[in-house]
Write a protein that binds this ligand. Structure first.
Ligand SMILES: NC(=O)c1ccc[n+]([C@@H]2O[C@H](COP(=O)([O-])OP(=O)(O)OC[C@H]3O[C@@H](n4cnc5c(N)ncnc54)[C@H](O)[C@@H]3O)[C@@H](O)[C@H]2O)c1
Ligand SMILES: [Zn+2]
Ligand SMILES: [Zn+2]
Length: 384
């Protein structure tokens, strides 16, 4: 089968790989009909995630058709159209029982800090991902969800990650009626977080990025204010000024380890790898939220350390909330939001690219070319 193949930092290609096989009675093999590239894949692509092995297939945002099931699978049948949450979760451990599916204790048993994610390095379990024609999905009775008949498959695709992550960012931020919300990052996740902030009662939503076409997109899509940090003298000062020097009620970091905007963070985090990526957006979030405020982090950082102003967290009495999104927990309510038209995920899709051209797709998305917001890869078998 054809699959994306990681060859080292900034080198990926489409290659033939052996078909995945059922290895456990609760596995399913899914024939992928479309998959996305995510900002999280860029951390892998840029070489920022430890133990990203050559030969791995990335891809944790995919939908497809059930091709084969193991002997114990009860909830799926061959031919079902399913969306597959990005978390690999057992459904039975102490954490899954609390609906912390992003923190499953079983699916990545070599690690106590990191749960498992499809196609996300051996740090996150070593499972091959869905940027391929076929993918093995473990715990098939837990994650995969049959796509409702009335749902557009592009919407279903974005329910595997972007929508739940944006929504959980707003939820963890504890947004109350009347709050001013700052979202750092106007990628798909930040765009969705800004959109969801209104659902929780925000009175003002401000997005910060430095890519003009994304700022323009989020202004229209999420009906919010959006500013380019390169045209501000200091984004923290700007946010303080525009909130009567109080600071924002909540700040959301939807950037993570690939952040730009601070030379020291960029050199130590992205060039010399002395910390787990650049924590520039998190730094700004902590410094521009009000005293007693909440910083919600969905931008991904590695398991090792980062330079963050912990003294300001202490002295301002901040609450920091962070996690990988728990997709399965959120799906029922998000399907309703999409049905009711309150969220329109598919509007984020700007590119449909054949899987054979995966190298170009990564380059376009990584370099923010051609007004790219969200690229979708289509395997050859899904184009027949
Ligand atoms: N927690 C989760 O469950 C989860 C799920 C999906 C994605 N993520 C993470 O969310 C983050 C965003 O994902 P995405 O797909 O939107 O990525 P993306 O790369 O498309 O977008 C990131 C955006 O941040 C902007 N940016 C860079 N530095 C900035 C700064 N200092 N301040 C403000 N903006 C800045 C970039 O210009 C870009 O537009 C990534 O870190 C990704 O790994 C987390
Ligand atoms: Zn993702
Ligand atoms: Zn579990």
């Amino acid at each position: 089968m054809l699959a994306m193949n990681y060859r080292g930092p900034r080198r990926v290609r489409a290659d033939q790989k052996p078909m995945p096989e059922i290895l456990h009675p609760n596995d399913a093999i899914i024939r992928v009909t479309r998959s996305c590239i995510c900002g999280s894949d860029l951390h892998l692509y840029h070489g920022l995630v430890p133990d990203t092995r050559v030969g791995m297939t990335f891809g944790h945002e995919f939908i497809g058709v059930v091709e084969e099931i193991g002997s114990s699978v009860q909830k799926l049948k061959i031919g079902d159209n399913v969306l597959v949450p990005f978390n690999v979760a057992c459904g039975q451990c102490a954490f899954c029982k609390q609906e912390l599916y992003g923190n499953c204790h079983e699916s990545n048993s070599q690690a106590t800090a990191v749960g498992a994610i499809f196609g996300y390095s051996h740090t996150a379990g070593g499972y091959d991902g869905g940027q391929a024609e076929y993918v093995r999905v473990p715990y098939a009775d837990v994650g995969p969800t049959v796509i409702p008949e009335d749902m557009d498959h592009d919407d279903a695709l974005l329910l595997t990650d972007v929508v739940p992550t944006g929504y959980q960012a707003a939820e963890m931020a504890g947004i109350k009626t009347g709050d001013t919300v700052i979202v750092f990052g106007a990628g798909p996740v930040g765009i969705m977080a800004a959109k969801c902030a209104w659902l929780f009662g925000a009175a003002r939503v401000i997005v910060i990025d430095h890519i003009e076409y994304r700022l323009e997109f989020v202004r229209n899509y999420a009906n919010c204010e959006a500013y380019n940090f390169r045209s501000l003298e200091d984004p923290v000062l700007f946010i303080k000024k525009t909130t009567d020097w109080f600071g924002a009620d909540v700040c959301i970091d939807a950037v993570g380890a690939d952040a730009s905007g601070n030379a020291l963070q960029t050199i130590t985090g992205k060039k010399l790898l002395l910390q787990a990526g650049s924590a520039t957006a998190l730094h700004w979030a902590i410094n521009s939220v009000k005293k007693g405020g909440i910083v919600s982090i969905v931008g991904v950082y590695g398991p090792t350390d980062n330079l963050v102003p912990i003294g300001n967290v202490l002295n301002k009495g901040l609450t920091i909330r962070a996690n990988q999104a728990s997709v399965k927990r959120l799906l029922p309510r998000l399907i309703e939001h999409v049905r009711a038209g309150r969220l329109n995920p598919k509007a984020l899709i700007t590119h449909r690219i054949p899987l054979e051209e995966v190298a170009d797709a990564y380059h376009i998305f990584s370099s923010k070319l051609d007004n790219c917001i969200k690229p979708v890869l289509i395997p050859p078998s899904a184009r027949k």
